[in-house]
Every structure is written in C-alpha cells, then in structure tokens.
Design a protein around this ligand. Structure first.
Ligand code: URP
Ligand code: ZN
Ligand code: ZN
Length: 414
C-alpha cells in the first residue's frame, strides 16, 4: 500500500549561507537531517566565492562543512561573485572537479554578489566551451535599486513592499537579457527559482527556438501567494524573487505539469526568527529566504498529485529524474533501476498530518508551513540502500554523505 519512489534531489539549497547580515541556520548536519526526513537523498548546495579567492576555495569550504556532518550525498554549485581572468581560467578546472554548474546573481549588488552582463557572457562562454551550465538568479537590479529607496522614503516599509519592489516584470527583463546571451554564445542556461508567467513563456519560447534554456520553480511559489506578505508576520514569506498573485501561481502549476518548467526545488534559505525580525519595520533589511528543504516532496504530493494538478510520475520527474538528468547525476541518482544508487522513499498515501515547526525537523525556530494539512506521509528513506529514516527515527550516521562528482550529460543537455 505504499508508493516506492526514487529519493528526491534538491539542487537548490543554501547551507551555512552568509547573507544580509546573518547566516543560515542549516549546516550540513541540521540541513541534511531535515532533507532526509523530507525524502531528499541528495542535495546540491551553493558556495559563494569569497572576493579575490579562487573558485577551488568554494569546494574546499563545503568539503570542510560537510565533513563529519552530511547525512546524505551532496554536490556543490560554485557561485562567482568576483570575475577576473584567473577565475575564468579556473572554470574548466572546477568542472573537472565535478562542479559543472556555476551560479551568478544579476542583483544583490550591495551584498557583493552581482555580476554584470559583459562578465556573465564571459562566464557563459567558458562554461559552454568546457561542458558546464550557467545558473542565474534573474532579477533586474536597476528596477530593484530604484524601487527600494523610493518605497522606504515614502514610509512604505512593510513586507508587501518587498514584493512591489521586485515585480514580475523585473524577473522577465533579466531573463530576456540572459536568454540573449545564450543566443549569442550557444550556451546552456538554467533560470533558478522562476516565479513569473512572462519568465516562463520566455524560457519556453527560447527552448522552442532550439536554445538550451531550462528553468525550475520552488515549492513556496506553488503553495503561497503574495497575500501572505500582508499579514502581521509577513516577513516569514520574504524571499526573492517574491511570492506572486494567485493567477501566476496557477500558471506555474500548469508549467510544472506540462513541462515548460523542468523541476521544483526548495531554495532552502533558513534564517532564524531573530534574523528575520531585522526586517519587521524595514522590508529591505529582512534576510531573503524561506526554510524549505523538508516540505517539498510532501507538498507536491499533497497539493499536486492528490489535487490532480500533476501525476505521480510527473512528481518523480520534477523532484528526482529531471534534477538528476539536468545536473549531471543521472543514471546513478533520480531513478530506481539496477546499477543506480538505491536511494528510495516509501510514502504512505493514506496518512494525513499537519505541518508545523514542531512536526517538521528543520532547524529554524519558526515555520512558513505552519498549519498546512498534508495528505501522504514519508515512512522510510533509504540512501544507497541504507535505511536512514524509519518513521520518526533518523538512523543515519553523521558524515556518511558523500561528495557527488557531477558531469553534465549531453544526452539531456545538448
Ligand atoms: O530569497 C532567497 N531566494 N534567498 C536565498 C538566496 C537566493 O537568492 O537564492
Ligand atoms: Zn536566488
Ligand atoms: Zn537560492
């Protein structure tokens, strides 16, 4: 009576992430523990380049963080923040070391993360020449940098203005800019945390023209809408890109169902309640992000499969098969078959439960998912054949998680 599913893969998490004056509370122990309870057997974590440091440091830092702590297998996406000829020369080396997916931010200039268009093009060219893919946080920095001070000076400081300062158009504008780069270079581009229907259309039309452009959306865009930001505790849902209206949300559900969006990740960025409170009276000071590494599979089953928005096999594509294929983990991960890793989840479709900070296992002292009724419960999780979650017990040994040396497969990403 249980569903037997391949272990979920979450290719978008921020563990130990230093950001907006704080650091995320998920480390490689607490983050992978919560992931495992949520049926996730592999994660790929972002590692920001420290300015003037080589890209090799992004891997070294994460190897150290994972040592003695990771409970499930992990890969790394280096994030380039400081472009130079040395960094460009290092791209082929880092691809050889199993990290062929490099991310850049088109915004967050004040955080020292933004990369401009000419540099993005150079990075994309290097990645293309050496079998890599560029991941982009696509939001137009000019729009955001104009809107934020305008709202603040008008006393519009509540959480909802976070969303108004980063409208769907700002995502669309940024996506068009980077799609143009793929047209010019023939490069592979992946839009992380896509949140707008215009953005989705742009990705779809680029694909139809033969460009190698893919996108994910995240759990929170499917389950929450911008109404949450009007609440007294609206800062819980401050993330970027921001939550959108219900029409866009329904279109994103259609997009994940019909294939215009290839996969769903968590964008787990877990800041403590104290840290989130920095934004209570100034939305621009709220660390952007929602803890979400655990709820994704349960939410997509309960809100997606049970409510007939996606089929069960589409769910498996969205959280297991497609992340494995697009991010260089297939055929070892993302499927149940001889020769694969026996990462397996048993889900009981009959059980019902309520999500809350207490019933979940994430390390943040609050939850955006409080009170959500869930149909279906993960009963057991196996990682490489080993039972690591048995009902309410975690049996995994700290540090058993292994580094995933990834190589992109031209069969899936031309
Ligand atoms: O709000 C978000 N998404 N925080 C995490 C950092 C990022 O932009 O992915
Ligand atoms: Zn981002
Ligand atoms: Zn993110």
């Amino acid at each position: 009576g249980l569903f037997v599913l391949p272990g979920a893969i979450d290719t978008h998490v921020h563990f130990n992430d230093k950001f907006m004056g704080t650091v995320s509370v998920h480390d490689y122990y607490s983050g992978t523990l919560a992931a495992a309870y949520g049926g996730v057997t592999s994660i790929v974590d972002f590692s920001n380049q420290i300015p003037r440091n080589p890209l090799s440091r992004t891997l070294e830092i994460k190897f150290k963080e994972a040592e003695g702590k990771a409970m499930i297998d992990y890969g790394i996406h280096p994030v380039i923040t400081d472009v130079s000829s040395e960094i460009l020369d290092e791209i082929p080396v880092i691809i050889e070391q199993g990290a062929p997916t490099i991310k850049c931010y088109m915004t967050y200039r004040s955080e020292g993360l933004m990369v401009d268009i000419p540099d993005l093009k150079k990075i994309l060219e290097q990645l293309t020449d050496h079998g890599g893919m560029l991941l982009v946080h696509a939001e137009d920095n000019d729009t955001i940098e104009t809107n934020i001070p305008r709202f603040i000076s008008q006393g519009k400081t509540a959480a909802i203005y976070h969303a108004f300062s980063r409208p769907p158009q700002s995502e669309f504008k940024a996506i068009l800019k980077c799609i143009k780069l793929t047209e010019e270079t023939g490069g592979r581009l992946f839009i992380v945390h896509l949140s707008s229907d215009e953005g989705m259309e742009a990705v779809d039309s680029a694909q139809k023209k033969g460009h190698h452009v893919y996108a994910e959306t995240c759990t929170h865009y499917l389950i929450f809408s911008e109404e949450r930001l009007h609440q007294e505790d609206g800062i819980k849902w401050v993330c970027s890109p921001p939550l959108r209206n219900q029409t866009i949300q329904q279109n994103l559900w259609k997009g994940i169902s019909d294939g215009r969006i290839a996969m769903v990740t968590s964008d787990d960025a877990a800041y403590s309640w104290n840290a989130k409170l920095m934004g209570q009276s100034r939305f621009d000071r709220c660390p952007n992000g929602i803890p979400g590494v655990e709820p994704r599979l349960n939410i997509l089953y309960s809100e997606g499969v049970v409510k007939n928005r996606i089929t069960l096999s589409r769910l498996v594509e969205l959280v297991s098969a497609n992340p494995a294929k697009l991010f260089g983990l297939w055929p070892r991960k993302g499927r149940i078959a001889p020769g694969a890793d026996a990462d397996i989840v048993l889900l009981d479709p009959q059980k019902k439960w309520t999500m809350s900070q207490k019933s979940l296992h994430m390390a943040a002292d609050w939850s955006a998912y409080e009170g959500i009724e869930i149909a279906g419960k993960i009963e057991k999780v196996f990682s490489r054949g080993e039972l690591i979650i048995d009902g309410n017990k975690c049996l995994a040994r700290k540090g058993r998680g292994k580094y995933l040396h990834r190589r992109l497969n031209p069969e899936f990403i031309a």
